[in-house]
Design a protein around this ligand. Structure first.
Ligand SMILES: [Zn+2]
Length: 178
């Protein structure tokens, strides 16, 4: 009986060591805070947002994200899908990027989107920007094609590549690419 107990203790100890050594667990432990440093290039606003702490989204911080990612044409604010923040956060972690996320476009009101759609072939009539599900971004410390490839690899939504405008569109809609 005593021996059995000791054995199972040893087994438990070995299992714990294995768990600690597991990179997956290490990642979880490091993810107690999910943070994004967002820089809205149109308004010049920059903010570091700890938007997820210890297993839950932080409502006030999500509101700050909604505000920072508003339609800069008319200051209309819309809820930004938290999964979109997670997607960008994950991209940065995969790429080892610590730079600000430079945001070219976040939320777009229907009016702004319609005006842009009229003047640009690259703007969809029913863009996911209108649902707070898309961002056009670049990272100061990652080449644009690497950012695009990492986004494609995640298979987490749509990825659009705009090298001439120097940004990548990411969204949390259906998986597709252009
Ligand atoms: Zn876009």
């Amino acid at each position: 009986m005593k021996l059995l107990k000791r054995r199972s203790l040893l087994r438990a100890g070995a299992a714990m060591l294995a768990a600690v050594a597991s990179p997956a667990l290490a990642n979880i432990q490091k993810s107690n805070v999910r943070s994004l440093a967002l820089h809205n290039l149109h308004t010049g606003e920059r903010q570091t947002l700890d938007y997820w702490i210890d297993g839950a989204y932080v409502p006030e911080t999500l509101q700050s994200a909604n505000h920072l990612l508003r339609d800069y044409h008319n200051n209309e604010i819309h809820v930004i899908e938290p999964k979109l923040l997670d997607l960008v956060n994950l991209l940065q972690r995969h790429l080892g990027s610590t730079a600000d996320v430079q945001v070219i476009s976040g939320y777009r009101s229907p009016a702004t989107n319609a005006a842009m759609h009229e003047h640009s072939v690259g703007v969809a009539a029913h863009s996911l920007h209108m649902q707070g599900m898309a961002m056009d971004i670049r990272l100061g410390d990652v080449a644009l094609d690497r950012l695009r490839n990492a986004a494609l690899a995640l298979q987490a939504g749509g990825v659009g590549f705009y090298p001439a405008e120097d940004f990548v569109h990411v969204d949390v809609g259906r998986v597709r690419r252009w």
